[in-house]
Design a protein around this ligand. Structure first.
Ligand code: B12
Length: 508
């Protein structure tokens, strides 16, 4: 039997600036090393000449090449950047220099496991958690064994992609604290912060969200002491600012409090500053106080809306009162906060947009991100509510709430009708919604962006996305204002850096 090489090359193809830590690479590399494999990492975020870098790294014999796909697109209606196209170019470049199988994985990838694999022309994919599946795949490839039973594996039988049901990793049984493969200090210098994960999966039922599709609908918790060990080891290397990579840090609330206690008690006197994504529910005086003492420097709340009917459409469980209370608690505890609005869902009218904008002005958070347009993902409740069905031809088993097969776009006539119904980007050759497809309530009229701009009326606290990418732009996809600020020494969450820049330019 032919002996296979034991070396694996992992590649990060994410070229967006400011750069964001590919946390997955550290986790996958340590799992593979524990499994006895030699791992090299090519971070294309560092490279000026992609082709040269690929040629340099792909010279040796490899068992396989693993590519992490974090973003399929930038999820911004104003720009609709389909960044998977760049990743595909990179994969074509890889094919120039190696015959080793190419394996895809990542959060963005896992939303579209079959469609993204087909589009990129790779050999295998892993949907969902990668730590166990990637080692099993390496074992199978090294021993010439059949890999097709590996949980989460995406593979081709004949002309049809098969997507195995993922088996989420038990995070209490695996130590992910080794963060030594990625140059996290470079990410800190160029990106102003470094990511860390305290849990995986989300059991909320937000109608539009892809997280349960990519991560599973069961929330799995990491032992707080392990998270603290990891974060403080990174801090020892000179990194001072961090960002959670959970769906929602305070779901469940008790685990968030335990992580904070661990940060406070296990490492007294050591100063770190971190930011979290959170839901406005599950937040109270005790948690705010613990977070502040544990070094929390800011919270980004997914408020979405304040109107009761809109919150229901969006599948959110919190109320306008809990949003207002979260803003109050942040003021009391002096924690800067951003509230994200998600405008344009079915039922949105100029009146409900006005209500949301006026409400935010009243409760006065540090800043507000006003996003317009809902990215539609396969298998979500929102897509189903809009009458978009998964085609029966896709044999993708359910992970979380329903399969992630493509949608049926139908005939040219039905596509034209769907545009009238507020769906943008649907076309017969985008039947799986891989390229950006958005919904914007047709009740917002011909020019919903200017409606929103008029309502915000230059209020400095608001960030509103626009294709022109001005000062108030909080699209982090190639945001030169942010990159320059970080180069000049700013640190922290992107929204907080932009907020501080605005405050400074106002006062100076
Ligand atoms: C935290 C976060 C941010 C933070 C990052 C902070 C930081 N310093 O880390 C901030 C706010 C900056 C941010 C920005 C953006 N984000 Co963001 N972000 C996230 C979030 C919550 C976590 C990502 C993460 O690091 N996860 C932790 C790692 C460990 O998980 P993972 O990558 O999935 O890896 C696991 C598996 O997928 C698998 N795996 C991964 N790679 C590979 C490779 C192989 C070969 C294999 C086998 C397996 C495998 O194994 C890993 C371990 O199990 C995700 C949603 C989520 N819940 O994951 C969104 C998410 C990735 N972001 C998203 C987007 C759109 C963006 C922006 C483009 C938004 C914008 N327009 O500004 C930017 C992009 C910035 C950039 N430069 O890339 C989308 C992407 C969706 C899409 N359509 O592609 C997501 C999915 C959110 C969403 N549901 O919409 N983000």
């Amino acid at each position: 039997m032919e002996a296979h090489p034991q070396e694996i090359l992992l590649i990060n193809p994410n070229l967006m600036k400011p750069p964001v830590t590919p946390v997955a690479i550290d986790f996958l590399a340590s799992a593979l090393k524990r499994g006895g494999y030699t791992v090299r990492f090519l971070d294309l975020a560092f490279e000026n000449n992609i082709d040269l870098a690929l040629r340099r790294e792909l010279k040796r014999d490899l068992l396989f090449v693993g590519v992490t796909i974090r973003n399929v697109d930038d999820s911004f209606f104003a720009t609709r950047d389909f960044c998977l196209m760049n990743t595909k170019r990179i994969i074509l470049g890889i094919l120039n220099y190696t015959h080793a199988p190419i394996v895809l994985g990542g959060v963005g990838y896992s939303i579209f496991p079959a469609a993204a694999l087909e589009y990129c022309g790779a050999d295998y994919g892993i949907r969902g958690d990668g730590e166990e599946a990637i080692v099993r795949l390496a074992d199978a490839l090294a021993k010439n064994e059949d890999p097709t039973q590996i949980p989460g594996l995406v593979w081709k039988r004949g002309r049809k992609w098969q997507v195995n049901d993922p088996a989420p990793v038990d995070l209490s049984m695996i130590d992910l604290s080794d963060r030594s493969t990625v140059d996290n200090r470079w990410y800190f210098k160029q990106g102003g912060m470094v990511g860390f994960e305290t849990k995986r999966g989300c059991n909320a039922s937000c109608s539009y969200c892809a997280d349960p599709l990519a991560k599973g609908a069961v929330c799995r918790l990491r032992p707080p002491e392990q998270v603290a060990r990891e974060v403080f080891a990174l801090a020892d290397s000179g990194i001072t600012h961090f960002h959670t990579c959970d769906s929602e840090f305070n779901m469940p609330r008790r685990h968030a409090a335990d992580v904070c206690r661990e940060f406070i008690h296990a490492h007294p006197g050591k100063r770190i500053r971190w930011y979290a994504y959170m839901t406005p529910a599950n937040f109270d005086d005790e948690l705010a106080s613990l977070m502040k003492r544990a070094g929390c420097a800011g919270i980004d709340f997914g408020a979405d809306h304040c109107n009761e009917a809109m919150l229901k459409t969006l599948g959110r469980k919190h109320t306008a009162n809990s949003i207002a209370e979260a803003a109050r608690l942040c003021r009391v505890h002096k924690i800067p906060c951003m509230f994200d609005l998600l405008l344009g869902a079915p039922g949105e009218t100029p009146e409900t947009v006005r209500e949301a904008v006026e409400f935010m002005k009243r409760i006065d958070p540090s800043c507000v991100g006003a996003s317009l347009g809902m990215r539609l993902y396969p298998g979500t409740a929102l897509a189903r509510a809009l009458g978009l069905q998964n085609p029966p031809s896709e044999s993708i088993p359910p992970f979380a709430k329903g399969g992630t097969g493509g949608f049926t776009a139908g005939t040219a006539e039905s596509v034209a009708q769907s545009n009238l119904r507020g769906i943008h980007g649907l076309s017969p050759d985008n039947h799986d919604f891989l390229r950006p497809v958005f919904f914007v309530s047709p009740q917002l009229g011909e020019n919903p962006e200017s409606l929103l701009f008029d309502l915000v009326k230059g209020d400095e606290r608001f960030f509103v996305a626009s294709p022109e990418r001005g000062e108030s732009d909080y699209n982090y996809n190639d945001n030169s204002v942010l990159s320059e600020a970080i180069r000049a020494g700013e640190r922290g969450a992107f929204w907080d850096i932009l907020r501080r820049l605005k405050l400074r330019s106002k006062s100076g």
